[in-house]
Design a binder for this molecule. Structure first.
Ligand code: NAP
Length: 233
């Protein structure tokens, strides 16, 4: 795989469970990582933040257009942007309010949209030949699932956004793809589903391996892919 050596990569949600696994992998490949974090406390506590090649900036709300544009505009020449910031809200239709749907759309869809927009502009400004964008959907966006309508709708929009932008940005050599995880093996999921068979869930490192390829210079031609990372689930 062609190296990430010296390339600047944004990882939103980089202090989270999947984000940390992605940051770890890309550091091993020589990337320079930029993590916009919602909470300044998360930013300060992030263990990988002590690596000189990791820049964590706190107090960035990725659903705010002004903040996102300002964040990306201040970055050095950008190779790739990986959008993992997001959230989950379970609930049947009758238990889901419009406010919950708005929160899911803001956290998952608007944040991905704004980051794609700002990242594409920043990558184009490099004047180089292209770059990479990777979004994250979720299994209910592809496989009908009960009890998660607001979440599924917000992640469904992320998958459609990915397909549309893969077409729109292909001329600029910016490949846009998404991974579509099932339930991953994270501390939060273990705590929330203590009776589940954890061995069937993909690990965050396994999902990170797929992201590592999609965002790499070695990904010569894969674009517009919604890649299921379901493990044995
Ligand atoms: N975990 C799973 O099983 C699973 C399955 C399918 C898809 N996914 C998706 O994969 C991604 C990563 O999952 P994860 O388990 O690593 O989640 P995580 O540990 O909760 O990390 C997500 C991070 O995104 C941040 N974030 C959310 N909205 C933000 C905003 N508007 N501005 C800035 N930061 C924001 C969160 O900050 P706060 O903690 O402060 O909210 C959190 O640090 C998410 O998009 C999730 O929906 C996860």
């Amino acid at each position: 795989m062609t190296s990430y050596e010296g390339r600047n990569v944004v990882v939103t949600g980089g202090t989270g469970a999947l984000g940390a696994a992605v940051v770890e992998r890309l550091l091993r490949q020589g990337a320079r990582i930029h993590v916009p974090a919602w909470s300044a406390q998360d930013a300060a506590r992030f263990p990988l933040g002590s690596d000189a090649r990791v820049e964590v900036l706190g107090d960035v709300d990725l659903s705010d257009e002004v903040q996102v544009d300002a964040y990306y505009a201040a970055l050095p020449p950008l190779w790739a942007s990986i959008h993992l910031a997001g959230g989950f809200a379970p609930g049947t239709l009758e238990d889901t309010s419009a406010d919950t749907l708005r929160r899911m759309l803001s956290t998952n869809t608007i944040s991905a949209f704004l980051c794609c927009k700002a990242a594409a502009a920043r990558i184009r400004a490099n004047g180089l030949d292209g770059g990479r964008i990777v979004n994250v959907g979720a299994r209910p966006a592809l496989v009908p699932s009960a009890g998660v309508a607001a979440y599924a709708a917000s992640k469904g929009a992320v998958t459609t956004l990915t397909l549309a932008l893969a077409e729109e940005l292909k001329g600029a050599g910016i490949w846009v793809n998404a991974v579509i995880p099932s339930t991953m093996d994270t501390p939060a999921n273990r705590a929330g589903m203590p009776d589940a068979d954890f061995s069937t869930w993909p690990t965050t490192d396994e999902v990170a391996a797929t992201i590592e390829f999609l965002a790499s210079p070695g990904n010569a031609c894969t674009r517009g892919a919604l890649v299921p990372v379901f493990g044995r689930t």
